[in-house]
Write a protein that binds this ligand. Structure first.
Ligand code: ADP
Length: 290
């Protein structure tokens, strides 16, 4: 149903009483290691709901790489195009403060070595999928190559970088949160106005996610608000990835954008009720309960 072209990282998480200033050392909690990375998160989110998903990317031939493979396999993600690389697996060093405030350093490692050639090698896989789901923790030439081959490209603009016009024009939809929308437009403003302005920049459709307020979608001349169910939020890590993975799956099934986004908002809401990224992602039964 969905091919994800993107990153896989081991999240190395330590709780701290406060974040260290430059030159300072603080003691933290015991280290926790979780599978993460925006590409792997999207893949797991969709697969856990029941989608058939493949992940095209690179991990290191190391312990973190094995952890990442194992977690993806548990959810049934096809790893035939996940290549072992003579570099360290990508990692995210995450310090979590007492109010849940994160500071994160990503060392891309193997993810940075994903090339346009790797994507072109996957051409039959990409052309066969109704939707290819993308994010920006891998080099831009690989993202652009994937978008060119895709029947439909969903792109989460995260982490936010300026996009070449050709890539922007291939996004259907471009998925951003409020922060990324403001960065791209250079101004903040009402979400429906922002969505219309982003659409005018060239993508075929736009989704802005709004945390607890759900999302707004723009395309086909209409801007629509999509609500999110009210939940007690415990940890919003990876909510945007869960949203995008779920959205890609429903679009692959042929649903209209607003309907797919409404489903994705329920998946995002379900994912903030538990700690972690992939660990928090719901099954279909859990989404239906909401
Ligand atoms: P990101 O993680 O990229 O910043 P958002 O915070 O906008 O993205 O979250 C993505 C989606 O997850 C939202 O559209 C919404 O459906 C859901 N979500 C996030 N936070 C909450 C919350 N506090 N309550 C309910 N749903 C939420």
């Amino acid at each position: 149903d969905v091919v994800v072209v993107g990153s896989a990282n081991a999240d190395l998480v330590v709780q701290v009483d406060r974040h260290p200033a430059p030159g300072e050392t603080v003691l933290g909690s015991e280290l926790a290691v979780h599978p993460g990375g925006k590409g792997a998160n999207q893949a797991v989110a969709a697969a856990r709901l029941g989608a058939r998903v493949a992940l095209l990317g690179r991990v290191g031939a190391d312990g973190h790489g094995r952890l990442l493979r194992e977690s993806l396999e548990r959810d049934g993600v096809d790893l035939g195009h996940l290549h072992d690389t003579a570099a360290a697996s990508g990692i995210a060093m995450i310090a979590v403060g007492p109010r849940g405030d994160n500071s994160i350093i990503v060392a891309p490692g193997a993810n940075a070595l994903l090339t346009e050639g790797d994507v072109l090698d996957g051409e039959p896989l990409l052309r066969a999928a109704p939707v290819v789901s993308l994010q920006l923790e891998i080099p831009l030439p690989a993202v652009l190559a994937a978008a060119r081959l895709a029947r439909r490209a969903v792109l989460n603009l995260s982490p936010a970088v300026p996009l070449p016009d050709e890539l922007l024009a291939l996004c259907d939809p471009l998925v951003v949160n409020e922060h990324e929308a403001a960065l791209l437009l250079g101004t903040s403003g009402a979400p429906d106005r922002q969505a219309a302005e982003l659409l005018a920049r060239g993508p075929r459709s736009v989704v802005i996610t709004l945390g607890a307020d759900g999302a707004v979608v723009a395309g086909d001349g209409a801007v629509q608000a999509v609500p999110s169910p009210h939940v007690a939020a415990v940890d919003t890590t990876g909510a945007g990835d869960a949203f995008t993975g779920a959205l890609a799956w429903r679009l692959a099934a042929g649903e209209p954008l607003a309907q797919a986004a409404a489903f994705a908002a329920r998946v995002g809401a379900a994912a903030v009720r538990r700690a972690g990224a992939q660990d928090s992602y719901p099954t279909m039964a859990e989404v239906e309960e909401l």
